[in-house]
Design a binder for this molecule. Structure first.
Ligand code: FE2
Ligand code: FE2
Length: 308
């Protein structure tokens, strides 16, 4: 694995970015879907596919919670930014569900995981009181911001596979998670701001994203190919995949531990981790009218207007 890290200078601006809502059409082709998209590692790739299945439920919770709290805000600009968050997450959820349909055709346990995810959210998370859901929303958005920052700094991790559409899907999603990473947090601080409740939302998001989704992912290669259990190659893959996700050097979460835990600092703000120059770089790389990797899939983009 290449360990190239893109290092860009920090920007001096810490203001919220102007962020559009982008409508995308990928038309995924099941014939070309790569089961080992992430660095050719079967289990690490399965983690991202499990995340793709479960994150649609998290995004739907974010959308419902953001809609509820948007009505309570008096700051019109923050209301407008919440509309951006809702718009981006709604399109993520729809597109990932289209991708998850492709995964189902590759024998990923999509119906089972959709069933389990649906029950956990229907009888659990969705019934939490609104202040806890607001805190969870901020916590979920922190973890997606951590993931996005790691991925933006390790661009080459997306280029170990020829699956252009899966690459475009994840790069688009990571760009937008970084673009809107401060919105849920700003809503939480504006409407609630309790530190213990913020920690509670963080812990629920942490358990879900760093424990439950990896647990679900470990079952995927065995469900898809039970013979993996007897294969030395597969057990080598398990070791490598664990390092790719949780290793302290180049692991997605292992090497991001300081960033993850920084959320527990009482005066934390998402923009303390400045990614504005990465966002500028990826907007150019992904959305350039001629060379952009996402340009073939972009239908249109718009900036939600201020509403009276
Ligand atoms: Fe998202
Ligand atoms: Fe998000």
């Amino acid at each position: 694995m290449s360990a190239t890290v893109i290092n860009l200078p920090l920007s001096t601006a810490r203001l919220p970015l102007d962020v559009p809502v982008r409508h995308m059409t990928f038309d995924f082709d099941p014939e070309r879907a790569d089961d080992r998209f992430y660095l050719r590692a079967e289990l690490a790739s399965a983690y991202f596919e499990a995340l793709s299945i479960f994150l649609t439920f998290g995004e739907d919770l974010v959308i419902d919670t953001a809609r509820h709290h948007r009505d309570l805000l008096t700051n019109q600009e923050l209301k407008r930014r919440v509309t951006v968050l809702i718009g981006q997450e709604a399109i993520h959820s729809r597109v990932h569900n289209e991708w998850n349909d492709v995964l189902a055709r590759h024998k990923f346990p999509v119906p089972l995981y959709r069933f389990l995810g649906g029950k956990v959210f229907e009888y659990g998370f969705n019934r939490f009181p609104q202040p806890l859901k607001l805190s969870m929303m901020a916590g979920i958005e922190h973890f997606t911001a951590v993931l996005a920052e790691f991925m933006m700094k390790h661009e080459e991790n997306f280029f170990q596979s020829d699956d252009e559409k899966q690459r475009a899907l994840w790069m688009w999603h990571m760009l937008e998670e970084s673009e809107h990473k401060d919105i849920a947090y700003d809503v939480y601080q504006t409407l609630n701001g309790s530190y213990p409740l913020r920690v509670a939302g963080f812990l629920i998001a942490a358990i879900t994203i760093v424990a439950l989704v990896p647990f679900a992912a470990t079952l995927i290669p065995v469900i898809r190919r039970p013979a993996n259990l007897l294969s030395p190659d597969y057990w080598r893959d398990v070791k490598r995949s664990a390092a790719l996700l949780f290793g302290g050097r180049n692991g997605v979460y292992g090497s991001s531990m300081a960033h993850i835990l920084d959320y527990l600092r009482p005066d934390f703000h998402p923009n303390d981790h400045d990614t504005s120059n990465y966002i500028a770089y990826y907007r150019q790389r992904l959305l350039h009218p001629v060379h952009g990797l996402l340009t073939p899939y972009l239908d249109r983009e718009f900036m939600p207007a201020l509403r009276a």
